[in-house]
Design a protein around this ligand. Structure first.
Ligand SMILES: C[S@@+](CC[C@H](N)C(=O)[O-])C[C@H]1O[C@@H](n2cnc3c(N)ncnc32)[C@H](O)[C@@H]1O
Length: 288
């Protein structure tokens, strides 16, 4: 039971101190507390530090108590408040797919560098919340994006995010990998499941609350990457780009795979922690 149970009044500065209780479950206890409080107050984080003496009413205090209980049980903050910031917007999240990660913004940055056309046709495979497709669509209103996921609830979630962000240049479709896709693309992007099903990290932290369908792939995490890389050759235009996220220790495997499949200019970009994270290659085109 939390210690502030019987309090009927509390200032913002006192509420912020409650983050101390989250140290055992979170690597970012202060941020977690700020996100929950901002959500309850419907204010930006600057409000908390501009008005530290403002008093919270009993309704807010009891809602904060309920949120802290959930966080202490390990539930991710994004699930508790219902959204996560990604790129330049907030995305609704749900337990049916991955909570977007900051490292995936590295994929978006590299995609924007690798395809600088004003008009391009781009596919996002395993779109989840729609994070990657929607970020690319905000940067390039002239691009046509097709975002797909085989989990119906994930495709519905991506569609809700698309509608709320009013991005008419994205079509969300449901189906397995290339099944719902037609025609050819200037670029294919994906953040597929890539964790080895035996990885002990799956039993720790926030990932315990995310579905295995979004996290794990057979062949030590490489099965979906191999499938996508092989079949993308039938869906890429000549000189089209394939770009995907992978595990920190899969960079060399991914580069070797793309070279073996005939892609050129294969390389890997590092994430904000300097780990291999995104590998890409150019498809030279199918010979007659
Ligand atoms: C690692 S999550 C990435 C979600 C989102 N793109 C992101 O970066 O936050 C992988 C996504 O791939 C989807 N997925 C898994 N297997 C799939 C398949 N066979 N076809 C299409 N999508 C699949 C999952 O449902 C999940 O939403």
């Amino acid at each position: 039971m939390l210690s502030f149970n019987l309090l009927i009044k509390m200032q913002i500065r006192q509420a912020l101190k409650l983050s101390e209780q989250l140290h055992k479950v979170s690597e970012s206890p202060q941020l977690d507390l700020e996100l929950m409080l901002c959500h309850l107050l419907d204010k930006p984080s600057s409000y908390l530090f501009t008005w530290p003496d403002a008093e919270l009413d009993s309704e807010i205090i009891s809602q904060l108590e309920a949120m802290l209980e959930r966080r202490l049980n390990g539930e991710p903050v994004a699930h508790i408040i219902g959204y996560r910031g990604f790129w330049s917007f907030d995305l609704e999240v749900s337990p049916h797919t991955l909570i977007p990660r900051p490292d995936t913004e590295v994929l978006v940055e590299n995609a924007l560098q690798l395809c600088q056309k004003q008009n391009a046709r781009v596919a996002d495979l395993g779109t989840g919340t729609g994070a990657i497709a929607l970020a690319l669509a905000t940067e390039h209103p002239g691009w046509e994006l097709v975002a797909s996921d085989f989990v119906a609830e994930a495709a519905e979630l991506a569609e809700r995010n698309r509608k709320r962000l009013k991005l008419d240049n994205v079509a969300v479709v449901q189906g397995s990998w290339f099944e719902p896709h037609n025609g050819t693309y200037d670029m294919i992007v994906s953040n597929p499941p890539y964790i080895d099903p035996q990885d002990p990290h799956l039993q720790q932290g926030d990932v315990r609350f995310e579905p295995l369908s979004a996290l794990t792939a057979d062949q030590q995490g490489m099965a979906d990457i191999e499938f996508i890389s092989s079949h993308a050759r039938n869906y890429l235009k000549s000189e089209g780009v394939l770009l995907f996220e992978h595990g920190y220790d899969q960079g060399e495997l991914c580069r070797d795979l793309l070279k073996r499949l005939g892609y050129k200019e294969v390389d890997t970009a590092q994430d904000y922690g300097q780990n291999d994270r995104v590998t890409y290659g150019i498809w030279p085109g199918n010979r007659e």
